[in-house]
Structure formats: structure tokens, C-alpha cells
Design a protein around this ligand. Structure first.
Ligand code: AMP
Length: 215
């Protein structure tokens, strides 16, 4: 499947993407994971992106498009991909449309995961992420804690609160989402590619995608 996952920070895009990859071997492409890996590895990209990310601001479109143009041409994307956290602005969406046309790739749809704001806030404050950039497993101290507090079940690295998941940064990320990313819902609706799923759990989204794509 070839999907864009839309939704506010904390809507569950990462969790849904991981579950969908298991259905047909599509790969999850998370620009946030790629950027956090680059920050940890102190690459040039990471050094350019770090300050924006800490503040909860978006990284400039030009940096993101460079990453995506390369990533979409890697061989593991042939079976399909789930774009998680990209596109994030109208210019990114417009450039993606052109890029996909150039690469002769047809999207199935953009899935908007629509989660009530109180659930989003609660999830982001209680989320923990594995700090190993090759893993980045996601936990929740209330609903899905690691077996040993603060330690990732999968790789044994620390499971920590992300630097952009303090209350101030979260509020700012949600404002940025409303201003810059929410307009993508209308963008994909106009193209006839939007499926909106009111969701309080990842199962709601998985079932809706399965039904729509006959999986
Ligand atoms: P995420 O893990 O998707 O919440 O992304 C974490 C941070 O990475 C965001 O708050 C942005 O600073 C940056 N980021 C991730 N994806 C993008 C994107 N497509 N465009 C701009 N910035 C991004």
C-alpha cells in the first residue's frame, strides 16, 4: 500500500504505520525518526535540524524534500510505503505530488487520523520513546509501559521523554500542526484522495484501511 498518514502529533501515526507494515511488507518512512537519527549521529543534516526540532518548529521544507527524494527511490519502497509525518506543509505536499509523478508512483490515499484533543495531550505527556535511533520504539507510561521502567523492551536502550515533549514544546507543536499541517486535509480531499477516520485507538484506523483497500 502507498499511504500518507495525516494527523496531529500524538494521533498515533507511528503506531498505525508499524501495524500496517506487518500487513503487506510496506515500509514506514518517518521523517521525524530520520531527523532524530541524524541529530544523534551529529550529521550535517542533524546539526541543521536540531534547533528547529527542540523548539517544536518545523524543519525547512528544502531539507525534508532532499531526504524524501532519496528515500522514496530506495529498493525497499517498491512493495509500498507509509508516510508518517510527511508532508507537513502545503509546499511539501505540492512537491511530493510532482516527485511521485516523476517516479511514476501512484498513491492509494491520505488517511487523516482524527483524535480528540484531550486524548492527544494526555498521550504526548505520557509517551516515552526508545533513544536508540535504530529502534525508536514507542511506549506509554500509563497504557503500554516498558517491562522495566525506562528501558526499551526491544533493544535495552533507555526509553525517554523526547525533548520536544515538554508541555511548552507540545503546545507549540500542536499550534504548528493547526496552522501548517491541518490544511493538507483539504488539499487531499480536493484531490479525491482523503479518508478521514475518527479514532480513539489504532485498531479503528487499521480496520478502516483494511476495509477500504480490501485487505
Ligand atoms: P515527529 O516525530 O513526526 O513528531 O517529528 C518531530 C519533529 O521533526 C517535528 O516537530 C519537526 O521539527 C521535525 N519534522 C518531522 N517531519 C517533518 C516534516 N515533514 N517537515 C518539517 N519538519 C519535520
Amino acid at each position: 500500500m502507498k499511504l500518507i498518514l495525516l494527523g496531529a502529533p500524538g494521533a498515533g501515526k507511528g503506531t498505525v504505520a508499524k501495524l500496517l507494515t506487518a500487513l503487506d511488507g510496506s515500509v514506514q518512512i518517518s521523517t521525524g525518526d530520520i531527523l532524530r537519527g541524524a541529530v544523534q549521529a551529529k550529521t550535517e543534516l542533524g546539526q541543521e535540524a536540531e534547533a528547529f526540532m527542540k523548539r517544536g518548529d518545523l524543519v525547512p521544507d528544502s531539507l525534508i524534500m532532499g531526504i524524501m527524494e532519496k528515500r522514496l527511490q530506495e529498493s525497499d519502497c517498491a512493495k509500498g510505503f507509509l508516510l508518517d509525518g510527511f508532508p507537513r506543509t502545503i509546499p511539501q505536499a505540492e512537491e511530493l505530488t510532482q516527485l511521485l509523478a516523476k517516479l511514476n508512483i501512484k498513491l492509494d490515499m491520505a488517511v487523516d487520523i482524527d483524535v480528540p484533543r484531550d486524548i492527544i495531550l494526555d498521550r504526548l505527556c505520557t509517551r516515552r520513546t526508545c533513544e536508540n535511533s535504530a529502534c525508536q520504539a514507542i511506549y506509554n507510561v500509563k497504557s503500554n509501559p516498558p517491562k522495566v521502567e525506562g528501558i526499551c523492551d526491544k533493544c535495552g536502550a533507555k526509553a525517554v521523554q523526547r525533548e520536544d515533549e515538554t508541555e511548552t514544546a507540545i503546545t507549540h507543536r500542536l499550534e504548528t500542526y493547526n496552522e501548517k499541517t491541518a490544511p493538507l486535509i483539504g488539499f487531499y480531499r480536493e484531490k479525491g484522495l482523503l479518508m478521514s477516520v475518527p479514532a480513539t485507538s489504532s485498531d479503528d484506523v487499521i480496520n478502516a484501511v483494511k476495509a477500504k483497500l480490501n485487505l
